[in-house]
Design a protein around this ligand. Structure first.
Ligand code: TYD
Length: 203
């Protein structure tokens, strides 16, 4: 049985998730937890190669979905599950909720296909805590517009991100036990105070 905690971070591109990763990791370390920071797609040598393809190479939505889950299986077996077994707390910058949001919500891949892949790749394994950084799409796309060299996802329009945001919020409503929605429109001190309270519950 896994003994470390598995924490995932989610949100549309530009919602500010990356800004808060160091604070989250430091807060958990201050509780005496050993932390492993990782990301999806990626987190393993093969996964990082798949990430390059996923972010840069044009492909069909089905192919994109399958590659996300292929990278995920490698990540779980090689990195996430062994670390949890050692008692390490794993923080993953995105996980399966991103596939439901982007590939189902954004690209329209049927929900049932995602559920089949989820079951195959991870069985009943789920995060202990999912932090969803939520921001109106008008604001997040404005932030993205400033990004240099945008990837295949970041180049999409506001309606794509609107569908993704709604799919994420629907996931949060469906799984309220593990999801915490963070209003990314607040200032950084307010967000950090909220995160501190949420993370204290993990101790
Ligand atoms: P992201 O995590 O936003 O990294 P960065 O901050 O470096 O841009 O980029 C990963 C992209 O991959 C993001 O646009 C969402 C997408 N993605 C999916 O579409 N499905 C998935 O299952 C995962 C894990 C990510």
């Amino acid at each position: 049985m896994a003994s470390g905690k598995f924490i995932t971070l989610e949100g549309v591109d530009g919602a500010g998730k990356s800004t808060h990763i160091p604070f989250i990791a430091d807060t958990l370390r201050s509780f005496g937890m050993e932390i492993l920071l990782t990301r999806e797609p990626g987190g393993t040598p093969l996964g990082e190669k798949l990430r390059e393809l996923l972010l840069r190479e044009p492909m069909r939505p089905e192919t994109e979905t399958l590659l996300m889950f292929a990278a995920r299986r490698e990540h779980l077996e090689q990195v996430v599950w062994p670390a949890l077994q050692r008692g390490v707390t794993v923080i993953s910058d995105r996980f399966t909720d991103a596939s439901f949001a982007y590939q189902h919500g954004g690209r329209g891949v049927p929900l049932a296909k995602l559920e089949q892949l989820e079951q195959w790749v991870q069985g009943d394994f789920q995060p202990d805590l999912t932090l969803l950084f939520d921001l109106p799409v008008a604001v997040s796309t404005q932030r993205l517009a400033k990004a240099r060299d945008p990837d295949r996802f970041e180049q999409e329009g506001a309606d794509f991100f609107d569908r993704i945001r709604n799919a994420y919020l629907a996931r949060a409503a469906k799984f309220p036990q593990r999801f915490r929605v963070i209003d990314s429109g607040q200032g950084i001190p307010e967000i950090q105070a909220g995160l501190q309270t949420i993370l204290m519950a993990l101790q």
